[in-house]
Design a binder for this molecule. Structure first.
Ligand code: ADE
Length: 239
């Protein structure tokens, strides 16, 4: 998979993706990241990429031309068609379902805004989709782009090994993950729940499911309405 990052700080996103699972995906050739800086496509001695907003108000708006030329260069760097995503708080909320959908693409271009935003005409003409990573405002789209790269890359075939399998992740079944424990069994902070030491896989699976359901009910009841719960799940929730 190829992901191009259009940003005034493309190295920042690349750095975020240089470690751990995503870094390894890059080393294995399963993910290639390419940074593009609109300033390299700006004109004049000052290489301006922004200007004051029409209608007044604070902040600056990113200019059409440098961004358009930069996006075009990014598109042209590879013949595969790319889905262009603009990261902004005005976008649709990124969910695990959306991440799964994006992970099917062979090519994404992530456009990161700075300042107050990007000229709307550029967005209308060049962007396929606008996504937000949550209801808060970051000072630019770079951290959001790094989130997209990480969440998408780990779902690509061959990126995770069996032990890290994404199937058991939180949200893969629409619920929060269960608690996890490792050695030692006894510790001043508490003991590991007995069922996990029982060796009874059916009982362990049942306990984990119940923990997931309980946590979701307590912490994110909104998710329970969306999750496909079985009759047995409902029984576990009532216990
Ligand atoms: N840029 C600024 N804030 C953002 C957010 N919450 N999500 C995506 N991009 C952003």
């Amino acid at each position: 998979m190829r992901i191009d990052i259009v940003s005034l700080f493309p190295e920042f996103v690349a750095q975020c993706a240089a470690f751990g699972v995503v870094g390894r995906a890059g080393e294995r050739g399963l993910l290639s990241l390419h940074g593009w800086n609109p300033r390299d496509y700006a004109q004049g001695n000052y290489r301006r990429v922004d200007d004051r907003p029409f209608g007044g108000g604070p902040g600056m708006v990113m200019l059409i031309e440098p961004l358009r030329d930069c996006l075009r260069a990014a598109r042209a760097a590879d013949p595969a068609p790319a889905r262009v995503i603009y990261l902004s708080p005005q976008g649709a909320r990124l969910t695990q379902d959306k991440v799964r959908e994006l992970a099917q693409s062979e090519r994404l271009i992530l456009l990161c805004g700075r300042y107050e935003g990007v000229d709307e005409r550029l967005l209308q003409a060049e962007v396929d989709e606008e996504l937000s990573i949550g209801d808060y405002v970051l000072s630019g789209g770079e951290l959001a782009a790094a989130v997209v790269v990480d969440a998408v890359a780990r779902l690509r075939e061959g990126v995770l090994n069996d032990a890290e399998s994404a199937v058991q992740d939180s949200f893969e079944d629409g619920l929060l993950d269960c608690p996890h424990y490792t050695r030692p069994v006894e510790h001043p902070l508490g003991a590991v729940p007995e069922v996990l030491l029982s060796g009874n896989h059916a009982l362990i699976a049942r306990w984990r499911r119940q923990q997931s359901l309980g946590r979701t009910w307590l912490r994110r009841p909104d998710l329970l309405n969306e999750a496909a719960l079985s009759k047995q799940d409902r029984r576990l929730l009532d216990e």
